[in-house]
Design a protein around this ligand. Structure first.
Ligand code: ADP
Ligand code: MG
Length: 364
């Protein structure tokens, strides 16, 4: 089921009437989510991710714009009748019910032609439980489960009605690091097995990058960029997106373009054909540095962190906006790292220029 968001907008009235400023939580969101894909909705806290998800679910009504499931306009359809499954950050299971009763709960209120027999309900619950691999735990109470198991119950409960669209709001935030990793792989597997169109909200770029077919990066209610994770990483449209994606994060320096050459301090570090003379932000991915004793960019060496195959070199440069410059180089090359200065050549496809005021990308 494809999901179409058309000029989707949500404005909240001011909480404080006197201050009088309304909040545009989501501003003119347009996107056609392809059938059967997993979309990662990504951005810092407060950028409008949950509000977008709640509008898709019907829990919140858009101020403007429309939502389609397939060809059906569902903008005015109630949550119960949209055919969605919802999973929140806090699992919100019923503590007095068993796992089985929790999973079956959404089937209890089906009416008319949708009404199921007791056996059908049990079968459906068992299938959903199998999908998330908790079918051995059906008789337990939530308090007898780990956080990861509780979240699986919540996912099974969202799947039991066989939703057309699965909506997940930061579903892994309450899990510890190892479980988070494992559960995100599980969610990906379940999503692929069921083929349900899924929107996965997170503020964690690595999480979104690792499991999404496409990511949507938001800032202050406005969509910044939509694309495959690797494409967005390799080709950010502005400084915000460049900084938001990647671990370690992109290095940002002030630079100046003069005569189609990029200068960082006094060093001419790269040819930038077609770019007019101006001050720019320079973003350099950590993997964009090549150690070279005659390299164009000179930095003050701080320390070297060996991480097995790769080495992280920490250095400083007066033009850097970020406190340090962190490069990732192959451990074979660290022989060159002696003395107080480290010199680099830059890989052009790992260097991005951004307008000093608008922070929009400048292509070269
Ligand atoms: P996210 O999920 O990305 O952290 P939200 O969608 O929850 O962000 O919120 C987006 C913006 O809308 C925030 O500025 C938030 O304070 C505001 N907001 C969310 N819900 C309400 C509400 N019910 N009333 C007023 N403002 C709200
Ligand atoms: Mg949220």
């Amino acid at each position: 089921m494809k999901v179409v968001l058309q000029n989707l907008t949500k404005v909240f009235p001011s909480r404080d009437k006197k201050a009088g400023k309304e909040v545009v939580a989501v501003n003119d969101f347009n996107f056609e989510i392809p059938d059967g894909k997993l979309i990662g909705l990504l951005g810092p806290s407060g950028c409008g991710k949950s509000t977008t998800l709640y509008m898709i679910s019907g829990l919140q009504k858009p101020t403007a714009g429309k939502i389609f499931f397939g060809d059906d306009d569902v903008t005015e359809v109630s949550t119960e009748n949209r055919g969605i499954g919802l999973v929140f950050q806090n699992y919100a299971l019923y503590p007095h019910m068993t796992v089985q009763q929790n999973i079956m709960f959404p089937l209890e209120n089906l009416k008319g032609a949708d009404k199921l027999s007791k056996q059908e309900k049990l079968d459906r619950a068992l299938n959903a439980a199998k999908l998330v691999q908790i079918d051995e735990l059906m008789d337990r109470k939530p308090s007898e489960l780990s956080g990861g198991q509780q979240q699986r119950v919540a996912i099974a409960r969202a799947l039991v009605k066989m939703p057309r669209v699965l909506l997940l709001d930061e579903p892994l935030s309450n899990l510890d690091a190892r479980l988070r990793l494992q559960t995100r792989e599980e969610i990906r597997r379940i999503q692929k097995e069921t083929g349900i169109t899924t929107v996965f909200v997170t503020h964690d770029q690595e999480e979104a990058m690792s499991i999404s077919d496409m990511i949507v990066v938001m800032k202050l209610g406005v969509v910044q960029q939509i694309g495959k994770p690797q494409e967005v990483y390799d080709n950010p449209v502005n400084l915000f997106v460049a900084k938001f994606l990647g671990t370690p994060p992109i290095n940002v320096l002030m630079g100046e373009v003069k005569g189609e050459k990029l200068y960082i301090g006094a060093d001419a570090v790269l040819d930038v054909k077609g770019v007019s003379d101006q001050k720019v932000y320079v973003g350099i991915r950590p993997e964009g540095f090549e150690l070279d004793e005659n390299g164009a960019l000179s930095c003050a060496l701080s320390n070297v962190e060996v991480m097995g195959r790769d080495v992280s070199v920490v250095s400083r440069n007066d033009a850097a906006v970020s406190p340090v410059i962190r490069s990732i180089v192959s451990s074979e090359n660290i022989g060159a790292l002696t003395g107080e200065t480290v010199r680099y050549n830059l890989k052009a496809n790992k260097v991005f220029l951004f307008h000093a005021e608008t922070e929009e990308r400048i292509y070269f």
